[in-house]
Design a protein around this ligand. Structure first.
Ligand code: ADP
Ligand code: MG
Length: 322
């Protein structure tokens, strides 16, 4: 990177996001130094977005910056961790001032909303690739994990499912929706809502958790595998938005079950915790829905109006043999 280009880029990323008291050394030295409070553990995750793979090259850079952080915040939510700091590895073909300005704005808006500070990174020239690492705190021993679901536990999801999957179809030109519902579905694809506050509120209550990035069946499947259990889910209980219901001539569950990019939480908890869970969801303004139960036998059984329902999805192998 030429010096002038580097200083242009540095101007956008030297101060970004919250200004936190626990950052002893932020951008500008060889590494950042943060103070980790006693009794806490660090939760660390990284996600990379490659142009042409994770987003269309002409996507509004504001939305790319926003989503890059949103998907990382969603990982923190799934662990019950409080996100505090982030580092950014930026690979760009050239220093495009407008692109960098809008990208950094999208990143900064969401970072400020969650109290996260950018504390360092790396900048290189190459095909557009954005890699963000997030660092959060969780009280020792309280992190939510994929393992821990027990037979009899209830299965919950936040928000609505499948909207981002339909948004992707719209963006690809494979689905036609107009007006406010089109904007809503595309918004769900580009601006996911990471469920950070609920994730933290579930620390002492949920037995397992994951964020839904690859579709409910795949991600619930990860919980089941890690926990050594199975699940039965009721399709008529899946939370679907009005836009989702209206976008297709008859209700089709495939995007809700197999569409990616929702970034909602899927978690389990003992049935006697249901009221407690509902209260925590209300306190954090998070819509939640109970969609089924954990079973001892492995695999996922989908039920629709009392019958077993075999979803038509490709490349998914977590189904129970029935
Ligand atoms: P080094 O050669 O020691 O890795 P660099 O010249 O790569 O240092 O970076 C100088 C400073 O700028 C470091 O503190 C680094 O963390 C920060 N930095 C570089 N690129 C970015 C970026 N994209 N976002 C945030 N901070 C960055
Ligand atoms: Mg460097």
């Amino acid at each position: 990177m030429a010096r002038s280009e580097f200083s242009l880029i540095a101007s956008y990323f030297s101060r970004l996001g919250a200004a936190r008291d626990d950052v002893r050394l932020g951008v500008g030295d060889d590494a950042a130094i943060v103070t980790v409070a006693a009794g806490y553990e660090l939760a660390i995750a990284v996600d990379t977005m490659v142009s042409g793979v994770h987003f269309f090259p002409d996507t509004d850079p504001y939305l790319i910056g926003y989503k890059l952080l949103a998907v990382n915040l969603s990982d923190m939510a799934a662990m019950g961790a409080e996100p505090n700091w982030m580092t950014l590895a930026l690979t760009v073909p050239q220093a495009d001032e407008h692109w960098l300005e809008d990208f950094s704005k999208g990143l900064a808006d969401l970072a400020l909303a969650h109290g996260v500070q950018l504390i360092g990174g790396d900048t290189t020239r190459g095909p557009l690739t954005l890699s963000l690492q997030i660092h959060g705190l969780v009280p020792q021993g309280t992190a939510l994990m994929r393992k821990g679901a027990q037979p009899g536990d209830l299965i919950f999801v936040t928000g609505t499912l499948g909207d981002a999957g339909l948004g992707l179809k719209i963006a690809q030109g494979a689905l036609t929706v107009s007006g406010a519902e089109r904007d809503y579905l595309l918004g769900r694809l580009h601006r996911p809502t990471p469920r950070v506050e609920l994730g933290m509120a579930l620390r002492a209550v949920a037995t397992s958790a994951i964020d839904v990035s690859d579709g409910l069946l795949a991600d619930l499947g990860h919980i089941l595998e890690a926990s050594g259990v199975g699940a039965q889910i009721q399709l008529e209980q899946l939370p679907l938005s009005n836009a989702y219901r209206n976008a297709q001539p008859e209700v089709d569950y495939s995007a809700a079950l197999g569409g990616g990019d929702d970034y909602e939480l899927c978690f389990t908890a003992p049935a006697q915790q249901q009221q407690n869970i509902i209260e925590r969801a209300q306190k954090t303004n998070t819509p939640i829905t109970c969609i089924g139960t954990i079973t001892p036998a492995p695999g996922i059984i989908c039920r629709l109006h009392g019958n077993t329902y075999q979803p038509k999805l490709n490349g998914y192998d977590h189904f129970a043999e029935t």
